[in-house]
Design a protein around this ligand. Structure first.
Ligand code: NAP
Length: 267
Protein backbone atom coordinates (compact mmCIF):
# COMPACT_ATOMS: atom_id res chain seq x y z
CA UNK A 1 0.00 0.00 0.00
CA UNK A 2 1.25 3.50 -0.82
CA UNK A 3 1.01 5.75 2.25
CA UNK A 4 2.81 8.65 3.94
CA UNK A 5 5.77 6.43 4.81
CA UNK A 6 6.34 5.17 1.25
CA UNK A 7 9.92 5.76 0.10
CA UNK A 8 10.50 7.04 -3.41
CA UNK A 9 13.00 5.64 -5.94
CA UNK A 10 13.20 6.50 -9.64
CA UNK A 11 15.04 6.48 -12.93
CA UNK A 12 16.19 9.72 -14.58
CA UNK A 13 16.64 9.66 -18.35
CA UNK A 14 15.54 11.12 -21.63
CA UNK A 15 13.84 9.16 -23.01
CA UNK A 16 12.76 7.28 -19.89
CA UNK A 17 9.23 6.09 -20.69
CA UNK A 18 10.49 2.87 -22.28
CA UNK A 19 12.42 1.92 -19.13
CA UNK A 20 11.86 -1.53 -17.64
CA UNK A 21 13.20 -0.24 -14.30
CA UNK A 22 9.79 0.51 -12.74
CA UNK A 23 8.45 -2.94 -13.59
CA UNK A 24 11.31 -4.90 -12.02
CA UNK A 25 12.08 -2.68 -9.02
CA UNK A 26 8.41 -2.39 -8.01
CA UNK A 27 8.05 -6.18 -8.32
CA UNK A 28 11.14 -6.61 -6.12
CA UNK A 29 9.91 -4.09 -3.49
CA UNK A 30 6.58 -5.91 -3.30
CA UNK A 31 8.28 -9.30 -3.11
CA UNK A 32 10.51 -8.14 -0.22
CA UNK A 33 7.67 -6.34 1.61
CA UNK A 34 9.43 -2.97 1.33
CA UNK A 35 7.19 0.11 1.44
CA UNK A 36 8.66 1.88 -1.58
CA UNK A 37 7.75 2.88 -5.11
CA UNK A 38 9.95 3.36 -8.21
CA UNK A 39 8.92 5.80 -10.96
CA UNK A 40 10.34 6.94 -14.32
CA UNK A 41 11.13 10.64 -14.72
CA UNK A 42 11.94 12.08 -18.14
CA UNK A 43 14.07 15.09 -17.24
CA UNK A 44 15.89 17.83 -19.17
CA UNK A 45 18.91 18.52 -16.94
CA UNK A 46 21.10 16.52 -14.59
CA UNK A 47 21.30 19.43 -12.13
CA UNK A 48 17.51 19.66 -11.81
CA UNK A 49 17.22 15.90 -11.33
CA UNK A 50 19.76 15.93 -8.48
CA UNK A 51 18.03 18.91 -6.88
CA UNK A 52 14.78 16.90 -6.98
CA UNK A 53 16.48 14.03 -5.15
CA UNK A 54 17.58 16.41 -2.39
CA UNK A 55 14.26 18.30 -2.17
CA UNK A 56 11.95 15.28 -2.21
CA UNK A 57 14.30 12.98 -0.27
CA UNK A 58 14.26 10.44 -3.11
CA UNK A 59 16.14 7.50 -1.56
CA UNK A 60 17.79 6.21 -4.70
CA UNK A 61 17.82 6.69 -8.45
CA UNK A 62 18.92 4.93 -11.60
CA UNK A 63 20.54 7.20 -14.17
CA UNK A 64 20.34 6.45 -17.86
CA UNK A 65 21.06 8.04 -21.26
CA UNK A 66 22.06 10.89 -21.60
CA UNK A 67 22.88 11.74 -17.97
CA UNK A 68 25.36 9.07 -16.85
CA UNK A 69 28.33 11.43 -17.24
CA UNK A 70 26.76 14.85 -16.60
CA UNK A 71 25.16 13.78 -13.30
CA UNK A 72 28.56 13.19 -11.69
CA UNK A 73 29.49 16.81 -10.95
CA UNK A 74 26.28 17.28 -8.94
CA UNK A 75 26.83 14.40 -6.50
CA UNK A 76 28.63 14.52 -3.14
CA UNK A 77 30.77 11.41 -3.54
CA UNK A 78 31.67 9.11 -6.45
CA UNK A 79 32.71 5.50 -6.05
CA UNK A 80 36.29 4.97 -7.39
CA UNK A 81 35.12 2.43 -10.03
CA UNK A 82 32.47 4.83 -11.34
CA UNK A 83 35.11 7.57 -11.35
CA UNK A 84 37.47 5.39 -13.42
CA UNK A 85 34.69 4.51 -15.88
CA UNK A 86 33.58 8.14 -16.03
CA UNK A 87 29.89 7.31 -15.61
CA UNK A 88 27.35 6.88 -12.80
CA UNK A 89 24.17 4.81 -13.27
CA UNK A 90 23.10 4.69 -9.61
CA UNK A 91 22.51 7.35 -6.94
CA UNK A 92 22.23 6.36 -3.30
CA UNK A 93 20.84 8.97 -0.89
CA UNK A 94 22.49 8.29 2.46
CA UNK A 95 20.86 10.73 4.90
CA UNK A 96 21.17 13.59 2.43
CA UNK A 97 24.63 12.65 1.13
CA UNK A 98 24.27 11.67 -2.55
CA UNK A 99 26.65 8.91 -3.61
CA UNK A 100 27.25 7.79 -7.21
CA UNK A 101 28.01 4.22 -8.29
CA UNK A 102 28.28 2.27 -11.55
CA UNK A 103 26.58 -1.12 -11.35
CA UNK A 104 26.84 -1.72 -15.14
CA UNK A 105 30.48 -2.70 -14.63
CA UNK A 106 30.01 -5.68 -12.31
CA UNK A 107 26.76 -6.57 -14.12
CA UNK A 108 28.54 -6.93 -17.46
CA UNK A 109 31.02 -9.39 -16.02
CA UNK A 110 28.63 -11.42 -13.83
CA UNK A 111 27.08 -13.50 -16.69
CA UNK A 112 30.59 -14.26 -18.03
CA UNK A 113 32.14 -15.47 -14.76
CA UNK A 114 30.87 -19.08 -15.20
CA UNK A 115 32.80 -19.26 -18.51
CA UNK A 116 36.02 -17.78 -17.07
CA UNK A 117 37.40 -14.36 -17.97
CA UNK A 118 40.98 -14.32 -16.64
CA UNK A 119 43.46 -14.76 -19.52
CA UNK A 120 40.67 -15.04 -22.13
CA UNK A 121 40.78 -12.86 -25.26
CA UNK A 122 37.69 -10.66 -24.96
CA UNK A 123 36.67 -8.52 -27.94
CA UNK A 124 34.54 -5.52 -27.01
CA UNK A 125 32.67 -3.98 -29.94
CA UNK A 126 32.03 -0.30 -29.23
CA UNK A 127 33.59 2.44 -27.13
CA UNK A 128 30.62 4.33 -25.65
CA UNK A 129 29.32 4.40 -22.08
CA UNK A 130 28.34 0.73 -21.95
CA UNK A 131 31.70 -0.26 -23.46
CA UNK A 132 33.60 1.68 -20.80
CA UNK A 133 31.73 -0.11 -18.01
CA UNK A 134 32.20 -3.50 -19.69
CA UNK A 135 35.89 -2.87 -20.40
CA UNK A 136 36.68 -1.86 -16.80
CA UNK A 137 34.80 -4.91 -15.53
CA UNK A 138 36.69 -7.27 -17.85
CA UNK A 139 40.02 -5.58 -17.03
CA UNK A 140 39.35 -6.10 -13.30
CA UNK A 141 39.01 -9.85 -14.05
CA UNK A 142 42.32 -9.87 -15.97
CA UNK A 143 40.75 -10.46 -19.38
CA UNK A 144 42.97 -9.87 -22.44
CA UNK A 145 40.92 -7.11 -24.11
CA UNK A 146 40.57 -6.10 -27.76
CA UNK A 147 38.56 -2.95 -28.46
CA UNK A 148 37.06 -2.29 -31.90
CA UNK A 149 34.92 0.74 -32.74
CA UNK A 150 33.59 2.71 -35.71
CA UNK A 151 35.20 5.95 -34.48
CA UNK A 152 38.86 5.00 -34.12
CA UNK A 153 39.84 7.86 -31.82
CA UNK A 154 37.24 6.83 -29.22
CA UNK A 155 38.21 3.18 -29.53
CA UNK A 156 41.89 3.94 -29.13
CA UNK A 157 41.25 6.11 -26.07
CA UNK A 158 39.28 3.33 -24.36
CA UNK A 159 41.91 0.75 -25.31
CA UNK A 160 44.58 2.93 -23.73
CA UNK A 161 42.51 3.43 -20.56
CA UNK A 162 42.16 -0.32 -19.92
CA UNK A 163 45.54 -1.40 -21.32
CA UNK A 164 43.95 -3.16 -24.30
CA UNK A 165 44.67 -3.58 -28.03
CA UNK A 166 42.67 -1.58 -30.56
CA UNK A 167 41.64 -3.10 -33.91
CA UNK A 168 39.88 -0.86 -36.48
CA UNK A 169 36.27 -1.81 -37.31
CA UNK A 170 37.28 -2.59 -40.91
CA UNK A 171 39.56 -5.38 -39.65
CA UNK A 172 37.02 -7.01 -37.34
CA UNK A 173 36.83 -10.18 -39.44
CA UNK A 174 40.46 -10.93 -38.52
CA UNK A 175 39.77 -10.89 -34.77
CA UNK A 176 40.25 -14.20 -32.96
CA UNK A 177 38.64 -14.03 -29.54
CA UNK A 178 37.25 -16.35 -26.87
CA UNK A 179 34.51 -13.89 -25.96
CA UNK A 180 32.79 -11.23 -28.11
CA UNK A 181 30.65 -8.55 -26.45
CA UNK A 182 28.52 -6.14 -28.47
CA UNK A 183 28.20 -2.89 -26.52
CA UNK A 184 26.87 -0.79 -29.42
CA UNK A 185 23.20 -0.14 -30.12
CA UNK A 186 23.49 -2.07 -33.41
CA UNK A 187 20.67 -4.63 -33.69
CA UNK A 188 18.37 -2.73 -31.35
CA UNK A 189 14.70 -2.20 -32.26
CA UNK A 190 13.74 -0.99 -34.87
CA UNK A 191 16.93 -1.86 -36.83
CA UNK A 192 16.82 -5.52 -35.84
CA UNK A 193 18.46 -6.80 -39.05
CA UNK A 194 21.79 -5.10 -38.32
CA UNK A 195 24.73 -7.03 -36.89
CA UNK A 196 27.78 -5.56 -35.14
CA UNK A 197 30.30 -8.40 -35.69
CA UNK A 198 31.09 -10.22 -38.97
CA UNK A 199 29.32 -13.63 -38.98
CA UNK A 200 32.35 -15.24 -40.67
CA UNK A 201 34.46 -14.45 -37.59
CA UNK A 202 32.10 -16.33 -35.25
CA UNK A 203 33.33 -19.80 -34.31
CA UNK A 204 31.62 -22.48 -32.17
CA UNK A 205 34.05 -22.14 -29.22
CA UNK A 206 33.14 -18.48 -28.70
CA UNK A 207 30.95 -16.99 -25.99
CA UNK A 208 28.94 -14.15 -27.59
CA UNK A 209 27.21 -11.58 -25.41
CA UNK A 210 24.98 -8.68 -26.43
CA UNK A 211 24.12 -5.73 -24.17
CA UNK A 212 21.13 -4.89 -26.38
CA UNK A 213 17.97 -6.45 -24.92
CA UNK A 214 15.26 -5.15 -27.25
CA UNK A 215 14.88 -7.57 -28.96
CA UNK A 216 16.12 -10.28 -26.62
CA UNK A 217 17.38 -12.44 -29.49
CA UNK A 218 19.37 -9.95 -31.57
CA UNK A 219 20.60 -10.80 -35.04
CA UNK A 220 24.09 -11.20 -33.52
CA UNK A 221 22.89 -13.75 -30.96
CA UNK A 222 20.75 -15.62 -33.52
CA UNK A 223 23.69 -15.85 -35.90
CA UNK A 224 26.09 -16.87 -33.12
CA UNK A 225 23.68 -19.58 -32.00
CA UNK A 226 23.45 -20.93 -35.57
CA UNK A 227 27.27 -21.07 -35.62
CA UNK A 228 27.25 -23.12 -32.40
CA UNK A 229 28.51 -20.36 -30.07
CA UNK A 230 27.37 -19.97 -26.47
CA UNK A 231 25.21 -16.85 -26.21
CA UNK A 232 24.29 -14.44 -23.40
CA UNK A 233 21.45 -11.96 -23.91
CA UNK A 234 21.34 -8.31 -22.78
CA UNK A 235 18.70 -8.99 -20.17
CA UNK A 236 21.31 -10.83 -18.08
CA UNK A 237 23.33 -7.61 -17.72
CA UNK A 238 20.24 -5.45 -17.30
CA UNK A 239 18.94 -7.58 -14.45
CA UNK A 240 22.37 -7.85 -12.81
CA UNK A 241 22.83 -4.05 -12.81
CA UNK A 242 19.31 -3.55 -11.43
CA UNK A 243 19.86 -6.19 -8.74
CA UNK A 244 23.07 -4.46 -7.65
CA UNK A 245 21.19 -1.13 -7.45
CA UNK A 246 18.43 -2.71 -5.36
CA UNK A 247 21.02 -4.10 -2.95
CA UNK A 248 22.79 -0.73 -2.65
CA UNK A 249 19.46 0.95 -1.86
CA UNK A 250 17.92 -1.61 0.50
CA UNK A 251 20.78 -3.79 1.76
CA UNK A 252 18.81 -6.80 0.46
CA UNK A 253 19.43 -8.89 -2.65
CA UNK A 254 16.32 -9.12 -4.85
CA UNK A 255 14.97 -12.29 -6.46
CA UNK A 256 16.57 -12.01 -9.93
CA UNK A 257 14.45 -14.86 -11.35
CA UNK A 258 11.38 -12.84 -10.39
CA UNK A 259 12.89 -9.75 -12.06
CA UNK A 260 13.53 -11.70 -15.28
CA UNK A 261 10.11 -13.35 -15.40
CA UNK A 262 8.44 -10.01 -14.63
CA UNK A 263 10.12 -8.38 -17.63
CA UNK A 264 9.37 -11.31 -19.91
CA UNK A 265 5.68 -11.29 -19.00
CA UNK A 266 5.16 -7.50 -19.12
CA UNK A 267 4.64 -5.56 -22.35
P1 NAP B 1 26.79 5.39 -26.48
O1 NAP B 1 27.64 5.89 -25.37
O2 NAP B 1 26.07 6.35 -27.35
O3 NAP B 1 27.77 4.49 -27.43
C1 NAP B 1 27.28 3.91 -28.61
C2 NAP B 1 28.34 3.00 -29.23
O4 NAP B 1 27.73 2.34 -30.34
C3 NAP B 1 29.55 3.74 -29.78
O5 NAP B 1 30.67 2.91 -29.70
C4 NAP B 1 29.14 3.95 -31.26
O6 NAP B 1 30.25 4.09 -32.13
C5 NAP B 1 28.45 2.64 -31.55
N1 NAP B 1 27.51 2.73 -32.66
C6 NAP B 1 26.25 3.22 -32.60
N2 NAP B 1 25.66 3.10 -33.82
C7 NAP B 1 26.58 2.53 -34.63
C8 NAP B 1 26.56 2.14 -36.00
N3 NAP B 1 25.49 2.32 -36.78
N4 NAP B 1 27.67 1.56 -36.51
C9 NAP B 1 28.77 1.38 -35.75
N5 NAP B 1 28.84 1.72 -34.43
C10 NAP B 1 27.75 2.29 -33.89
O7 NAP B 1 25.68 4.37 -25.95
P2 NAP B 1 25.79 3.39 -24.68
O8 NAP B 1 25.31 4.08 -23.46
O9 NAP B 1 27.15 2.78 -24.67
O10 NAP B 1 24.68 2.29 -25.04
C11 NAP B 1 24.90 1.36 -26.09
C12 NAP B 1 23.85 0.26 -26.02
O11 NAP B 1 23.99 -0.47 -24.81
C13 NAP B 1 22.40 0.77 -26.04
O12 NAP B 1 21.66 -0.06 -26.89
C14 NAP B 1 21.96 0.60 -24.58
O13 NAP B 1 20.55 0.38 -24.48
C15 NAP B 1 22.71 -0.66 -24.21
N6 NAP B 1 22.93 -0.82 -22.74
C16 NAP B 1 22.47 -1.96 -22.17
C17 NAP B 1 22.69 -2.16 -20.83
C18 NAP B 1 22.18 -3.42 -20.17
O14 NAP B 1 22.08 -3.47 -18.94
N7 NAP B 1 21.88 -4.49 -20.93
C19 NAP B 1 23.36 -1.22 -20.04
C20 NAP B 1 23.83 -0.06 -20.68
C21 NAP B 1 23.61 0.13 -22.04
P3 NAP B 1 30.94 5.53 -32.36
O15 NAP B 1 31.89 5.72 -31.21
O16 NAP B 1 31.61 5.39 -33.66
O17 NAP B 1 29.83 6.52 -32.37
Amino acid sequence: MIDAATRLYCVFGNPARHSKGPVIHNAAFKNKGINAVYLAFEVQHAAGAVQAVRTLDIRGASVTIPFKESIMEHLDWIDPTARAIGAVNTIVNEDGVLKGYNTDCQAAVAPLIPFGVSGKVVCIVGAGGAARAVAHGIAAQDGDIIITNRTEQKGQALAEAVNARFIPAGEMASIRADVVINTTSIGMTPKVDEISFPPEALIPEMVVMDVVYTPLRTRLLETAEQKGCTTIDGLSMFIAQAAAQFELWTGTAPDTDLMRSTILTTD
